[in-house]
Design a protein around this ligand. Structure first.
Ligand code: FAD
Length: 428
C-alpha cells in the first residue's frame, strides 16, 4: 500500500495523481481539515490565510491543471501592489529598482555601491548570503535595505546562510533599471511575483478543497507518531499500525527523522542540525476607511516588530470596510517569543506608528496563528546533510517531499508539481 503523510498541497496532489493513474493511497492528516498551509480561517467578516498565500504559476501546464480543477472563473489574476517602508518613505517593491523618493544620501549610497560592484569590480565568487548581497548589490543597498531586512527576517548572522535560495527569489536588476528606478521611472513587473492568482472567494483554502474533493477519503485528525523503516510500518496516534510498501511524507523532514525509530544514530544526529525559523501571524480585523491600497508592505526597520504587513482583503475587486490585516514576524524555534496577548498589543502599537491605523479605525478582531516550521535555513549543514538523508530515506521506500519534506524554499505550485511527479514515479 502507498501511504501519504499530510494533506497539504504536496500530499493532496500526489493522492489525486495516483488516483488518476488508477492507484490507491491512504492519506493521513493530523489536522481536522485538509490543506496544510493553504488553509483559511474565518472570523465573522474577516478571513486570514496562514500569512497570505498567493498563487504564482511559472509552469503553463500547472496553471492549466489548477484552473481545470478549480474552474477557471474561481481564480482572479492580480497585479502586485507591494511596497517597502523605510526612512519614513513608502517605495514600490523591489527596493533595488525603486529608490526614487528616498532621502538623497540613501539613493547616492545605493547607486554608487551598485555601480562599484557591477561595473568596476570583477565577478566575485561568494561563500555566504552576506557576501552575496555585497557582491551583487553593493554596500548601499546592503546597508539601507538588504542587511536590515534579512537580519530581521532570518534571525541569524547572514554569514551563516548560503545564497542558493536567493538566486531565484531576490531580484537582481540590470544597472539601467537601478538608475531608472532612482529617477522615478518605476518598473512594476520585477521579480517572480509581479502577477499572481488568488481565489475570488473563500481564501486560498478553496484550492485545497478542490483537490480534496477529488479524493474519496482523507483520514483527518490522524497524526503519525512513529515510523519503523526496516519493517515499513507507521504508528498512528490512535494506536493503529499500518504497513506500507511506499511512504510519501510531507511533514517537516526534521520531524520525520525524529519519528524514525531505527535510523542510524549518526544520521539522526546529523538531521538534528537542520535549522528553520518560525512565523507568528498577528491577525487584525479592522473596520473603517481603506488602510492602504497595497497588497503587502515590507518593514526592514527594527522599530516595527513585523517584517511584513499584508492587506489581503485588497485581492478582492470589491473593497470592504472590513479589512483583514496580517502582521508577520519571525523567531527562532528555541526562542519562543512572549505570550500572544503581549505581542498583539506590541504589534498594534507598532502598526499605529506606520500612520496607516488611525482613530477612524476600529479593531474588531485580534488573533494569532503560529507556523512553527515556516522557512528552512539554507546553511552549510543543510547542504551537507540533505542529499544523503533523502537518498537514505528513498532507499527505505520513503519519499520525503514538499517544501518541508524536501527541506527547501518553494511555492504551492512547486509542491503540487512535486506531489504529481512522485505519484508518477510510484505508479511505474
Ligand atoms: C508565511 C508563509 C507564506 C507563504 N506564502 C506563499 C505564497 O504566497 N505563495 C506560495 O506559492 N507559497 C507560499 N508559501 C509556501 C507554501 O505554504 C508551501 O509551499 C506549501 O504549503 C507547501 O506544501 P506542502 O504540502 O509541502 O506542506 P504543508 O502545506 O505544510 O503540508 C504538510 C501537511 O502535513 C501535515 N502533517 C505534518 N505532520 C504530520 C504528522 N505527524 N501526521 C500527519 N500529518 C502531518 C500538516 O498538518 C500539513 O497539512 C508560504 C509559506 C509561508 C510559511
Amino acid at each position: 500500500m502507498i501511504v501519504i503523510i499530510g494533506a497539504g498541497p504536496a500530499g493532496l496532489s500526489c493522492a489525486v495523481r495516483l488516483k488518476e493513474l488508477g492507484k490507491d493511497a491512504a492519506i493521513f492528516e493530523k489536522e481536522s481539515r485538509p490543506g496544510g498551509l493553504i488553509r483559511t480561517e474565518k472570523f465573522g467578516a474577516y478571513q486570514f490565510d496562514y500569512g497570505g498565500h498567493l498563487l504564482h504559476f511559472r509552469r503553463p501546464e500547472m496553471e492549466k491543471w489548477v484552473k481545470g480543477l478549480m474552474g477557471k472563473d474561481r481564480l482572479i489574476r492580480i497585479k502586485r501592489k507591494s511596497f517597502v517602508f523605510s526612512s519614513r518613505v513608502l517605495t514600490p517593491y523591489p527596493f533595488q529598482v525603486n529608490t526614487f523618493g528616498l532621502p538623497a544620501e540613501v539613493i547616492r549610497d545605493c547607486l554608487l555601491g551598485f555601480i562599484e560592484v557591477n561595473c568596476l569590480a570583477g565577478p566575485a565568487k561568494t561563500k555566504n548570503f552576506h557576501d552575496w548581497i555585497l557582491a551583487h548589490f553593493g554596500e548601499g543597498f546592503a546597508r539601507h535595505f538588504l542587511f536590515p531586512f534579512n537580519r530581521k527576517f532570518w534571525r541569524i548572522p547572514l554569514t551563516e546562510l548560503d545564497s542558493e535560495w536567493a538566486e531565484w527569489s531576490v531580484p537582481r536588476p540590470a544597472i539601467k533599471d537601478v538608475v531608472e528606478g532612482a529617477l522615478g521611472l518605476t518598473r512594476e513587473d520585477y521579480g517572480y511575483n509581479a502577477w499572481f492568482h488568488y481565489p475570488r472567494k473563500g481564501g486560498v483554502e478553496t484550492l485545497a478543497r478542490s483537490l480534496a474533493e477529488q479524493l474519496q477519503k482523507i483520514s483527518l485528525n490522524r497524526a503519525i507518531i512513529s515510523l519503523n523503516l526496516k519493517n515499513r510500518k507507521i504508528l498512528l496516534d490512535n494506536g493503529e499500525e499500518i504497513v506500507y510498501h511506499k511512504l510519501v511524507s510531507t511533514m517537516p523532514l526534521r520531524e520525520l527523522i525524529n519519528k524514525a525509530k531505527d535510523m542510524p544514530a549518526k544520521l539522526k544526529t546529523a538531521g538534528q542540525g537542520l535549522r528553520h525559523i518560525s512565523v507568528l501571524c498577528i491577525n487584525l480585523g479592522i473596520k473603517g476607511p481603506p488602510l492602504s491600497p497595497a497588497h503587502w508592505i515590507y518593514f526592514p526597520e527594527d522599530r516595527f516588530m513585523f517584517y511584513r504587513a499584508g492587506f489581503y482583503g485588497n485581492f478582492s475587486d470589491k473593497p470592504s470596510e472590513y479589512q483583514s490585516v496580517v502582521l508577520e514576524f519571525t523567531y527562532l524555534p528555541d526562542q519562543e517569543p512572549l505570550d500572544e496577548q503581549t505581542l498583539i498589543k506590541q504589534a498594534i502599537k507598532d502598526f499605529k506608528k506606520t500612520g496607516l491605523l488611525t482613530d477612524a479605525h476600529e479593531i474588531e478582531y485580534t488573533g494569532a496563528m503560529k507556523i512553527p516550521c515556516a522557512y528552512v535555513i539554507f546553511d552549510r549543514r543543510r547542504k551537507q546533510v540533505l542529499p544523503g538523508m533523502l537518498k537514505y530515506l528513498e532507499d527505505h521506500g520513503v519519499y520525503s517531499i514538499g517544501r518541508y519534506g524536501g527541506w527547501t524554499y518553494s511555492t504551492i505550485e512547486d509542491a503540487l508539481k512535486e506531489g504529481m511527479e512522485t505519484a508518477e514515479k510510484l505508479a511505474q
